[in-house]
Write a new protein. Structure first.
Length: 394
């Protein structure tokens, strides 16, 4: 790979509940225009574009980008489940780092329907078959509970049993997420909640209740990445770079019976190790993280998989306040998927936008003091794990 890849522009639209958003192409256009304006780059200078979405017909990316301009730029449509947005960013970064292009756009959007995620194609084998086989082996079949709630609820039960943790640790994460989201105008849920409210909300599976699951959401986000030479040539602000990035898929350990492994802890750990080794970074040097908290359980698992704390030490980490302002690291200052929302195709790029704002010092009341490194984690079951490290440079 060649020169460092700079993130010179980011943009997003406020996330909303299903039925209250613009159409996906309008949201996508708005996010792209915001990112281009932030970068100070004309769309005509973009050489490639990667458009991420999960629930949409083929070439939805072109539909959104044609609203921005008809430049003939190659548009690649990307679908990697909940890791779609960061997969689009991974491809954009590769294009620049390899020298194939100098300026590349990544955009993600989703126009979701109310209710739990479900398969759109019931007349053929499910790509989730191996994951759900582990779940069904452990806990049997239960069509009355959404699959993702069963998966992460099962992982939560395994974690509590393995480390003798208190289920309240998961509720505390939900409370923290809402506290952070109160300062984010892009978030769906900004009202505070109490630990008691979380624990007493409708039960889903295992330790997971309704207020410990991310909501279906509509939204869009985008990023412009470019080479160092391109940034210098066009006098662009180039103080945020992607220092390291890794995407991995499942290995046999994902399907050997552990629910913690089945929901992606191993993917996260593998990608994280690659990133830390590539960048030569100690996780204790990282002050801000946006991680994939689709359920509170996954946030707790990720503290350990990302190396923010030791194995089995997440409960102590949470109780000490080391996951928020004044602690070791601020996790999900945006409110995360739990409170900001989770429009599948947009999530990875919304995480990117938040971390770029943090490193620039533009996060307003959410600002994390002294952050020069920022870590992003985005997970898609089925599966794909993407971890990205951003660095502030002079």
């Amino acid at each position: 790979m060649g020169d460092r890849v700079h993130v010179v522009g980011v943009g997003m639209v406020p996330f909303t509940k299903p039925g209250k958003s613009d159409d996906y192409d309008v949201m996508g256009e708005r996010a792209v225009r915001a990112a281009l304006e932030d970068a100070g780059v004309a769309y005509e200078l973009v050489e490639q574009a990667y458009a991420g979405f999960v629930y949409g017909d083929s070439c939805s990316g072109q539909r959104a980008l044609y609203r921005v301009g008809l430049t003939g730029v190659p548009v690649v449509n990307v679908n990697n489940n909940c890791a779609t947005g960061s997969t689009a960013l991974w491809l954009a970064r590769q294009a620049v780092a390899s020298g194939a292009a100098e300026c590349v756009l990544a955009v993600g959007f989703e126009q979701m329907r109310p209710g739990a995620l479900s398969s759109q194609w019931t007349d053929r084998p499910s790509p989730m078959g191996r994951v759900t086989a582990v779940l069904d082996q452990r806990y049997g079949l239960d069509s009355t509970v959404p699959m993702t709630a069963r998966l992460f609820g099962g992982a939560g039960m395994e974690y509590l049993d393995r480390y003798s943790a208190d289920p309240a640790v998961f509720a505390k994460v939900a409370v923290k997420s809402r506290t952070h989201a109160a300062n984010n105008p892009y978030s769906v849920f900004r009202d505070p909640i109490s630990e008691q409210q979380v624990l007493e909300s409708p039960h889903l599976f295992g330790p997971v209740t309704r207020l410990q699951a991310c909501p279906p959401t509509c939204g869009a986000a985008a990023a412009v990445v470019c080479s160092e030479e391109f940034a210098r040539k066009h006098s662009l602000r180039a103080d945020v770079v992607i220092s390291a990035q890794a995407m991995v898929t499942d290995t046999p350990s994902s399907f050997e019976g552990s629910m913690i492994e089945a929901v992606g802890a191993g993917l996260t750990s593998s990608a994280t190790q690659q990133v830390y080794e590539e960048a030569g970074v100690d996780p204790l040097d990282i002050k801000v993280v946006e991680l994939h908290d689709c359920f509170t359980v996954n946030e707790v698992l990720c503290y350990e998989a990302l190396g923010l704390t030791g194995e089995g030490e997440s409960e102590k980490f949470v109780l000490a306040g080391d996951n928020t302002y004044g602690g070791q690291v601020v996790v999900n200052p945006s409110g995360g998927l739990m409170s900001k929302g989770h429009p599948l195709g947009a999530t990875g790029l919304a995480q990117c936008a938040e971390l770029v704002w943090q490193l620039r010092g533009e996060a307003g009341p959410r600002q994390v003091d002294g952050a020069t490194l920022a870590l992003q984690h985005n997970l898609g079951l089925g599966g794909a794990g993407v971890v990205t490290l951003y660095e502030k440079v002079s």
